[in-house]
Write a protein that binds this ligand. Sequence first.
Ligand code: APR
Ligand code: PHB
Length: 390
Amino acid sequence: MRVQVAIIGSGPAGLLLGQLLYKAGISNVIIEQRSKEYVLGRIRAGVLEQGTVDLMDEAGVGQRMHAEGLVHDGTELCFKGERHRIDFKKLVNKTVMIYGQTEVTRDLMDAREAEGLTTVYEAHNVSVHDFDGAHPKVRYEQDGVTHEVQCDFIAGCDGFHGVCRASVPQDALRTYERVYPFGWLGILSDTPPVSHELIYCNHERGFALCSQRSPTRSRYYVQCSLDDKAENWSDEAFWAELRLRLDEEAAANLITGPSIEKSIAPLRSFVAEPLRFGTLFLAGDAAHIVPPTGAKGLNLAASDVRFLWQAMVDHYRGNQVALEHYSERCLSRIWKAERFSWWMTSLMHRFPDTGEFGQKIQEAELAYLVGSTAAATSLAENYVGLPFQD
Ligand code: APR
Ligand code: PHB
């Protein structure tokens, strides 16, 4: 098979890139190690910045998102038993869209299938070759047969544990990492959300988050220890712990129900530099990871894809500038999102060394945040997504 771009990974980054390249007339194939059902079964965050919403529209897959997504004008911070609203609309005249990543992935998969584009699912032993030259190749096995894809470029959209970053000579790569000493125990339930917007809670027992997927489906998280296990938590124990971390009104209004998904996710900050190696380009979780506190994971993946899509369109029109500057343009935005995600995580969570003094400092910073237009504006402009510096 020969295409202009071989995309490794059928997550949001790979699918969004594939759709944008197709609409630009650039041939591409997606090679995915898992089944379509497995990819769709992943439960991930669901806050889309306006830039991501715009990109979904650009890709021609925004219809269901606009029909079913929930536009939020703000969010709430809960600390010392009280809730305080950060009004995005008033502070920065922007909003966010609540629309599950699973739905984003589903919409992109459906569009790809409708266009008759090729996604190879359950591709085994995927490997990337000769990306330091002009004739890169991708090889994979399926049904006992080894296949080869010849291409102009390889887009490494294969996530944190993918093959692409792992295939780069390690002396050509610099990585930066911070692993957090706690996890998030998350529950999905077919119950109405406790509030019409998200609630981020700082509590001395630990962080909690009230999120949602629709008017009838909620997503909740409580900070837990890294050696905890989801099976150690009954639904009743989860709801009781969540109530302890909420303000009185939210605790009283919380509608509980059976969990339809329960899991623990670790938290990490990670960046690989650079993002380009000859004709191999990293995008999304393959290049960076953020703790979910700032809801940046999907949005950063979309941000990389936006730069890569535009750079490849320019390349085939004879202009190499954007391709040559891909890595530095992505990293400028990546590091600002990494900083915001680290800051939100540091502010909202109970660390082993937080102690009583640290708790008072967190509460003082939160009180300053909700009492200062300047501070609240800073949070708002980072949360809704910083402008693209084109
Ligand atoms: N060969 C082929 N596919 C692979 C390989 C491989 N060797 N390794 C991983 N993959 C696939 C995974 O199965 C997954 O479907 O690459 C895809 C990567 O998708 P994501 O991990 O979702 O990463 P990305 O598309 O960058 O999206 C980032 O997803 O994980 C969340 O929080 C993250 O919201 C963020 C978003
Ligand atoms: C989610 O809905 O899963 C979610 C929302 C906001 C976050 C993290 C996760 O910051």
